[in-house]
Design a protein around this ligand. Structure first.
Ligand code: ZN
Length: 193
C-alpha cells in the first residue's frame, strides 16, 4: 500500500471530501487514523474525533491504537449527534464507523458538502465475513479509500477477515479484542466454516 498523502481543507473553499480507512481487526486502521490526525494537527487544522457510545451519555474517551498512540474522542449516541456537536472543525474523524446507524452516510456527505475533510475508520466486515453496518455505503461515497491488512495468524499472508475464536454469535462485541484472530481468505474458509 502506498502511504496516503493528504491535502488539507482550505478555509476559502466550500468543498470537502470523505476518506475511508477500512480493514480487519489488527490491520492498523486506528494507527492510520491517528497518523492522519497528528498530521492535520501539525497543519493547525481543528479536529473533531467521534466514536459511537456504548451507552447514551456524551463523554470523552481516548482512541488508542494497539501501538499505544492515542487521541481524545467524543463518544456520541447516534449519527445525528455528530452534526449536533460539530463546531465547524475543518477535520471530522469518525472511528468504529461500523457501529453507527445508517444515517452516518448522510452525515458524512453533509459535512463534506460544508467543506469538511471527513476521515472514517471502521471494520469493513464482521466476524462472519459479512459487510459491516454502514461501511459499504461509506466506501461508495468516499473520494479516497484505503484498505489496510493484518497478517494471517495461520499462514502469514495478508489477512482481511476477523475470525472470532470464542463462540458468541452477536455481531457487536465491543472491547473483546482478544477474541479475534486475523485470517486470509483461504484460512478463514478452512477454519471458520
Ligand atoms: Zn492464511
Amino acid at each position: 500500500m502506498n502511504m496516503f498523502l493528504e491535502h488539507f481543507p482550505d478555509d476559502n473553499k466550500q468543498h470537502g471530501w470523505v476518506e475511508v480507512v477500512c480493514g480487519s481487526m489488527f490491520s492498523g486502521k486506528t494507527e492510520e487514523l491517528i497518523r492522519r490526525l497528528k498530521r492535520a494537527e501539525f497543519a493547525n487544522q481543528k479536529i473533531l474525533l467521534v466514536k459511537p457510545a456504548i451507552d447514551d451519555r456524551y463523554h470523552k474517551e481516548n482512541v488508542v491504537s494497539h501501538q499505544g498512540t492515542s487521541f481524545t474522542a467524543l463518544a456520541v449516541k447516534d449519527s445525528q449527534a455528530v452534526l449536533d456537536i460539530w463546531k465547524k472543525e475543518k477535520v471530522v474523524a469518525i472511528d468504529e464507523a461500523q457501529f453507527f446507524d445508517a444515517g452516518i452516510v448522510d452525515v458524512c456527505n453533509s459535512l463534506a458538502e460544508k467543506g469538511v475533510r471527513v476521515i472514517v475508520a471502521g471494520l469493513d466486515m464482521d466476524f462472519q465475513g459479512v459487510p459491516f453496518g454502514p461501511m459499504p455505503q461509506l466506501l461508495s461515497i468516499a473520494e479516497y479509500v484505503t484498505k489496510v491488512h493484518a497478517i494471517c495468524l495461520s499462514c502469514g499472508s495478508l489477512a482481511q477477515f476477523s475470525h472470532r475464536t470464542g463462540d458468541a454469535k452477536e455481531q457487536v462485541m465491543v472491547g473483546a479484542v482478544e477474541e479475534y484472530k486475523p485470517l486470509c481468505r483461504s484460512c478463514f474458509n478452512k477454519i471458520a466454516h
